[in-house]
Design a protein around this ligand. Structure first.
Ligand SMILES: Nc1ncnc2c1ncn2[C@@H]1O[C@H](COP(=O)(O)OP(=O)(O)O)[C@@H](O)[C@H]1O
Ligand SMILES: O=C(OP(=O)(O)O)[C@H](O)COP(=O)(O)O
Length: 400
């Protein structure tokens, strides 16, 4: 087989693959390689078809110039291990190293370019600046495969503009992600339960607007909780709070009541006096969610809430979960996330886990990935899809 679906013959061609290899790192140690694993099948398929595969990706949010802390070098090494073959690494993205590395590729070989975000053009809001960088990326290849699902909601040079400059197609990972998410937006089997948590509260509140017309139950956990509790007039102490979203949350609570959607907030909260950090020993306590002391902050949903949420999930036929219920990275605040993950494994129906941290939580808490219907590689991307927003990295493939 020397073809790739949507591109035709790829043998001997230089194929630029945009992957999402944005994995959590401690120093140069990868703490969860899920996104690299998810990127392997497309890269392998292209290499097996005889393509000269050039992988472009970002890591973190460097400021448009080289920054060793965000080098993709350790990621390229891990990709090589997972592929079971040598992976060349270019120490720049479109400069001399990239050009020489790509020129040296033989059929079936793979190279990774240094972090695309080391170039200001990648994330520029200026079309011409992005376009100029996209021209240089496109000059390294004969065709483009868009496979970085976690980044398709970004209008960035290696995601959007490059697709306008090369013959292109959607990679297998993006196609599979979209396929599952489409099932959630079109005709989810009911009851359809959505669980929302995490800390990117303002990013995520918007999805509730759309879900109020779609889901049967919405379970709120993580940092999301406190803006809702404050909207109901409760003290939330030092917990995460989006003051400018209080009216929005009040509106959601009212609309949920009117629409007969069960919007569940935790009845109890695990608190501490400080955010866990360094050597400080956590000193968790449990309080009713209406009684968070002013000098404390909420760090997990409490045991009664965890049991209620597990019960609310028991009869679900479709579940979408984004965002941990608490600061799961610390044992003392991981129980809520564990309880929700456990409940999902028992659901008789489609379960989708979305988001870098949610997916990492499932794996690091020891759950078997196979117990979930689908673990998405994109948090923001999957939420924006469910919100009905246009994803630039997808529309560009359809338009040009
Ligand atoms: N009550 C809370 N207060 C502060 N941070 C929280 C709370 N609950 C969860 N978190 C944090 O939220 C982070 C994940 O949030 P987010 O990035 O929104 O999720 P995802 O990557 O799955 O979309 C985790 O690092 C977790 O520690
Ligand atoms: O980690 C990512 O998104 P996610 O946290 O929404 O899953 C993607 O790699 C996108 O990264 P960005 O949000 O810096 O553009």
């Amino acid at each position: 087989m020397t073809e790739y679906a949507g591109l035709g013959e790829v043998s001997g061609k230089r194929v630029l693959v945009r992957s999402d290899l944005n994995v959590p790192l401690e120093g140069t140690t990868i703490t969860d390689d899920g996104r690299i694993r998810a990127s392997v099948p497309t890269i392998r398929e292209l290499a097996d078809a005889g393509a000269r595969v050039v992988v472009a990706a970002h890591l973190g949010r460097p400021k448009g110039e080289p920054d060793a802390a965000y080098s993709l070098a350790p990621v390229a090494a891990r990709l090589g291990e997972l592929l079971g073959r040598d992976v060349a690494f270019a120490t720049d993205t479109v400069g001399e190293s990239a050009q020489a590395t790509v020129a040296a590729l033989e059929d079936g070989q793979v190279a990774v370019l240094e972090n695309v975000r080391f170039n200001a053009g990648e994330t520029s809001k200026d079309d011409a600046e992005r376009g100029a960088f996209a021209n240089r990326l496109a000059a390294l290849a004969d065709a483009f495969v868009s496979d970085g699902f976690g980044v398709v909601h970004r209008k960035q040079a290696s995601v959007y503009d490059v697709a306008q400059r090369l013959p292109h197609t959607m990679g297998g990972l993006v196609a599979a992600e979209i396929d599952v998410l489409r099932r959630l937006t079109l005709d989810p089997e009911r009851p359809y339960v959505v669980v929302l948590g995490g800390s990117k509260v303002s990013d995520k509140l918007g999805v509730i607007d759309n879900l109020l017309g779609k889901a049967d139950k919405l379970l709120i956990g993580g940092g999301m909780v406190f803006t809702f509790l404050a909207a109901e007039g409760h003290e939330v102490g030092k917990s995460i709070l989006e003051e400018d979203q209080l009216d929005t949350c009040r509106d959601y609570l009212r609309r949920a009541r009117d629409a007969g959607v069960e919007l569940l907030l935790p009845s109890d909260i695990i608190i501490d006096t400080e955010f866990p950090s360094g050597d400080r020993r956590p000193a968790p306590g449990v309080v009713p969610s209406s009684e968070i002391p002013s000098d404390c902050l909420g760090l997990d949903i409490g045991p009664a809430s965890a049991a209620t949420y597990a019960k609310a999930l028991a009869d679900a036929r479709t579940v979408f979960w984004n965002g941990p219920m608490g600061v799961f990275e610390v044992d003392a605040f991981a129980a809520g996330t564990k309880a929700v993950a456990e409940a999902l494994t028992k659901v008789d129906g489609l379960t989708v886990v979305g988001g870098g941290d949610s997916a990492a939580a499932v794996r690091t808490l020891g759950f078997d990935e196979a117990a979930f219907g689908h673990i998405s590689t994109g948090g923001g991307a999957s939420l924006e899809y469910l919100e009905g927003k246009e994803l630039p990295g997808i529309t560009v493939l359809e338009e040009s």
